[in-house]
Design a protein. Structure first.
Length: 383
């Protein structure tokens, strides 16, 4: 995998670096911590040794006392070492542990809390358009996504096809997260129809012929494996009656496209529309995390059907963003944003569309989607 400058910068303290498989975590730590001690739990022999004897980490660190940085790759594979890491942090104040993981499930269950707040959580996302620079293409991003593993593959579509299989084999099946692998595979297909939509757990359960509680458990696994996330409703000082359900997104547009079944009854523009919204969602989520300020991502939907795709709310202000897979701007597309502006006069309202002109329609700034994504950088505001 090629190395491009990422917006993530090393911290001066110990930290967890979480991100889905293929986002470039291992490559990043190897570049940023070239002189560190490295322990990679994806290596079978290393996994076996440390699983049987976690105290081996202390012996390794003690034998290399000149090393102040210790990188533990895929720490969720052997979470028992967290107890040893905690002890070493207590004894030797100058050590910095960098612990990467593609799943937070075991760590949450067995003890990130063991470190007592001595390590913070940092996230790595798929590429942002501005990280690719001139290499960014909206059409390409909508087809294969922004995952570094896929974008630098000789055959991106084949890599995408195998991506979720890799997760099922190495995470779900290997960690015995579910007993019925075929049922979980059916769930992945069913929940793909909920991408960029209000999530109905009962509806997904019907589609994959599973109990509601089973689907709730599968969704939790999906989120713990960092493959999907939910966006809640924005209800601060609400002046209208709002819906109560969250919206669901896969973490990457390409991964969604690889999971979403396609047939003669599917209109291509429908799939492309939710892909575009998902691409915007993953960019806003990355911007929030990399910016490092108190901002959160929501959406807004009234019981009468007015909906704004994204609300970014926090220290940097309040931004209402609607995404349309259309080269033209219709009055109907502006109604929800205008309604939101009435309720929240201080909000900045944006419409992202597939046209080429930057326009101002009343209170709404209309921007070409590819230009907006390319200009979105953590050091700057959304607009």
């Amino acid at each position: 995998m090629k190395l491009l400058d990422r917006y993530l910068n090393p911290l001066n303290q110990s930290f967890f670096l979480f991100g889905p498989r293929g986002t470039g975590k291992s490559l990043w730590v190897k570049e940023k911590f070239k002189n560190a001690l490295f322990i990679d739990f994806l290596e079978p022999e290393t996994f076996r040794l440390y699983s049987a004897y976690p105290e081996r980490l202390r012996e390794f660190v003690d034998a290399n006392r000149d090393k102040k940085d210790i990188v533990v790759d895929e720490i969720q594979k052997v979470p028992q070492v967290l107890t040893v890491i905690h002890s070493l942090m207590e004894e030797r104040k100058g050590l910095r542990f960098v612990m990467t993981g593609s799943s937070s499930r075991k760590i949450k269950r067995t003890g990130a809390d063991l470190l007592g707040g001595r390590a913070v959580n940092v996230s790595m996302h798929p590429f942002m358009a501005s990280e690719l620079g001139e290499g960014f293409s909206l059409e390409s991003a909508l087809q294969i996504g922004m995952l570094p593993l896929v974008r630098f593959s000789e055959n991106p579509l084949e890599t995408l096809k195998g991506y979720h299989v890799l997760y099922i084999k190495e995470e779900v099946q290997a960690e015995a997260l579910v007993r019925n692998i075929p049922a979980f595979s059916r769930f992945l297909e069913a929940v793909s129809f909920s991408h960029a939509s209000v999530l109905s757990i009962s509806g997904v359960a019907r589609e994959c012929a599973a109990e509601r509680k089973t689907v709730e458990g599968y969704l939790k696994i999906l989120e713990d494996l960092l493959l999907g996330f939910q966006v809640g409703i924005f209800s601060k000082r609400a002046k209208r009656r709002l819906v109560g359900h969250s919206k669901f997104y896969f973490f990457d547009a390409g991964v969604f496209r690889s999971l979403r079944p396609k047939g003669p009854l599917d209109r291509p523009e429908e799939i492309l529309g939710v892909s575009l919204e998902g691409l915007a969602a993953q960019h806003l989520r990355a911007w929030i995390d990399y910016r490092g300020r108190e901002n959160k991502l929501f959406y807004w939907r009234t019981q009468k059907g007015l909906e704004v795709d994204f609300i970014v709310y926090g220290e940097d202000g309040i931004f209402a963003i609607e995404v349309k897979n259309s080269s033209r701007i219709y009055p109907e597309s502006l109604k929800a944003l205008e309604a939101f502006k009435q309720d929240y006069p201080g909000a900045k309202c944006l419409l992202l569309y597939r046209g080429s002109e930057r326009l101002k329609k009343g209170n709404v700034l209309c921007l070409p989607c590819d230009g907006f994504l390319s200009a979105l950088k953590p050091e700057g505001l959304i607009c």
